[in-house]
Design a protein around this ligand. Structure first.
Ligand code: BGC
Length: 416
């Protein structure tokens, strides 16, 4: 069932139901999927902050990287007539929920905290529905990273890869040395994460925008997209046979403990390195994925607010204000691997990967290299994103040709 139908059915049901499961006043219930080591540490900071303000935290955590399970749980809760206070919903999906009339207006918090002045437009636009704030941004994650264990490179006699040729050369050497070249988890969202970095690295930001954001049929089926799938096919040969179903943080752990050399993943992976006590630039390297150093795929986490009863609105606004506070944006993102979404947060405590991310975001926002992550729900609506993700997963798990994949991709881009 589509979101629209679900919500329509829900509204009808809710009218008939007694609202028995609503949260108490001075309590917030927050749906998220931050359950890995680094993620859990990050969200614990928000809980602590809310409790210090006298607001109880009801945790609604649903495991599953990329959030697909969490979104299913959210729909079920909305159907049951008991939406949480806030949920980790991102990008165009915020508009999809907004259209259903179930989101809360949090302009009061935004006005008080001067959000318009403190957020880049690319962030604040996503947080608003019809000109009103309905979501609070938590961070900016960059997706086009390659995480590397320098000891593995050294043992394999490989050099730090700066482009595709060097990347495959390093992968060959790591494989020959008896280690796993590319740590990966065979789950559709992880496949899509690798795919988008490869498309960006093979075709550049303009190609990415035309093909993956604008879904231009000629770009989706043309030679650059074929080359993207050819490159993906080559990458597949460096992934170990146990990858199917593996969680992303377990793949990151393989790089951390030197079982594998490299991983394509957004910088929530850095949260795992940090939680394991590893130091950026020494124990691990954060490189832009091959061919993507002039680009930045952004993925903005945000807590989207649902309509709540009058007595709970105060706690909801407290949550929104806490999320946007410089104190929270600092401590959360130090743990999460991302960078603050807002201006006015000191850089002092952030590591070299975060500083690179901050600088690159600024530079790419001027050069045109700043692009929304498709794999993380920032680029296109959920129906199309889901259909495209299915094609990529099929390609990763079968002997589908690149030619067949691009045709299927163009068809998926028309999904409604
Ligand atoms: C979210 C991150 C999360 C990651 C793994 C991404 O889509 O934006 O916050 O850490 O998925 O679950």
């Amino acid at each position: 069932m589509k979101l629209k139908q679900i919500v329509q059915a829900t509204m009808a049901m809710t009218a008939l139901m007694a609202v028995g499961t609503q949260v108490q006043a001075a309590e917030v219930e927050v749906l998220h999927y931050w359950t890995s080591g680094g993620e859990a540490k990050s969200v614990a900071e928000l809980k602590k902050m809310m409790e210090a303000k006298g607001v109880a935290w009801k945790d609604f955590a649903v495991a599953g990287g990329g959030g697909e399970n969490a979104m299913t749980a959210l729909k079920a809760r909305v159907i049951a007539g008991s939406a949480p206070t806030a949920a980790q919903i991102k990008g165009p999906s915020i508009q999809e929920w907004g259209k259903e009339g179930v989101l809360a207006n949090i302009d009061a918090a935004a006005l008080e905290g001067k959000w318009d002045a403190n957020l880049p437009k690319v962030v604040s636009n996503i947080m608003k529905y019809q000109g009103h704030y309905v979501a609070a941004p938590v961070n900016v994650h960059r997706v086009n990273w390659l995480w590397v264990n320098p000891d593995v490179l050294k043992k394999a006699g490989a050099k730090t890869p700066g482009n595709w040729e060097e990347f495959f050369d390093a992968a060959d050497k790591i494989k020959k040395a008896g280690m796993i070249a590319i740590a990966h988890g065979g789950q559709p969202w992880q496949d899509a994460t690798v795919f988008e970095s490869v498309a960006l690295g093979v075709g550049g930001a303009d190609f990415y925008k035309k093909a993956i954001v604008q879904l231009d049929p000629a770009s989706l089926t043309g030679p650059t997209m074929i080359k993207t799938f050819d490159t993906l096919a080559k990458i597949k040969t460096y992934i170990d046979k146990d990858a199917a179903g593996r969680d992303w943080n377990l793949a990151t752990a393989m790089v951390i403990n030197g079982k594998a050399g490299m991983q394509f993943m957004g910088d929530w992976a850095k949260g795992e390195f940090t939680a394991a006590g590893k130091v950026a630039g020494k124990d691990f390297l954060c490189l832009s994925a091959p061919g993507t150093d002039k680009a930045f795929t952004f993925n903005i986490d945000s807590l989207t607010m649902f309509k709540v009863k009058d007595e709970q609105q105060k706690s909801q606004l407290t949550l929104a204000s806490a999320v946007m506070s410089p104190e929270f944006q600092e401590v959360f993102n130090l743990n999460k691997g991302s960078i603050p979404a807002r201006a006015g947060v000191s850089r002092a405590k952030f590591d070299s990967c975060a500083i690179k991310s901050m600088d690159d975001m600024e530079a790419t926002s001027k050069s045109g290299g700043l692009v929304p992550s498709f794999a993380h729900g920032m680029a296109i609506d959920s129906a199309k994103a889901g259909a495209i993700q299915d094609v990529i997963a099929k390609f990763m798990n079968s002997s589908m040709t690149s030619q067949a994949a691009v045709q299927a991709l163009a068809k998926a881009a028309k999904a409604k």
